[in-house]
Ligand binder design. Sequence first.
Ligand SMILES: O=C(O)c1cc(C(=O)O)c2c(n1)C(=O)C(=O)c1cc(C(=O)O)[nH]c1-2
Length: 252
Amino acid sequence: MKDFHDAAKGGLSASQLETVLREVGAERYHNRHPYHHRMVAGTLSKGELQAWALNRYCYQAVIPRKDASVLARAEDPAFRAEWRKRIEDHDGEDGWSGGIARWLKLATGLGLPADMVKSQRLALPATRFAVGAYLNFCAQRPLLEAVASSLTELFSPVIIGERVPAMLAKYDYVTKETLAYFDKRPEQASRDSDFALAYVLQHADTTERQQSVIDALVFKCDVLWAMLDALMHAYGEAGHIPPGAFRPEEGR
Ligand SMILES: O=C(O)c1cc(C(=O)O)c2c(n1)C(=O)C(=O)c1cc(C(=O)O)[nH]c1-2
């Protein structure tokens, strides 16, 4: 395992920086997590899949809020015009015709009541903390780091490409309609991450800034990783469901 804490030492060219950022993804993105491996192997119980969908809803719900905080600090109108597409993707025209609504459909398609998912009350404490940390990071760190923290999206088409066919093949109750959220994501993620990567490569123009964008991406991988760790601890072998959190009706 590579340690990225001084990966920018001595300064990097733009293409070297891009290489390091991609290495962060190759080593630390959540497609390497055992919960994901179990999902694509078809060995998660329905309760574990429901718990994943329920908890991931908290992440989906915070994305447009963190994007609004990025937008609020961007001084360049062209940057804002590009970045606001992210909010439109998730909220749609009326709040409930975009990605958040499609994620809700995914959760209800797995048998969860919409109100329960939307309330976020039964999410794991660690999910709420991880998602809150992402929101705070984007609100408090410099704009460049907030943009860099979105670069996990460079790798999301890969995990979606692993997840969707496997879920359709391995779980007979999962339908294409339930997974419609993912139909648009790879295209949206590529558009967004191309823009974010170009911005980061252009603006990370000192060794210090280069290290800060690498650290931001590592942090974001940790957010996604921590969410799957929490699911595994609660719903996997250990079975330590925290008080007040979602309890699958069926046993494992
Ligand atoms: O399915 C996934 O594994 C996955 C990962 C990520 C990501 O890498 O952050 C995002 C999404 N999905 C996603 O659907 C999404 O809208 C999204 C927005 C962002 C972001 O950081 O701005 N990441 C992601």
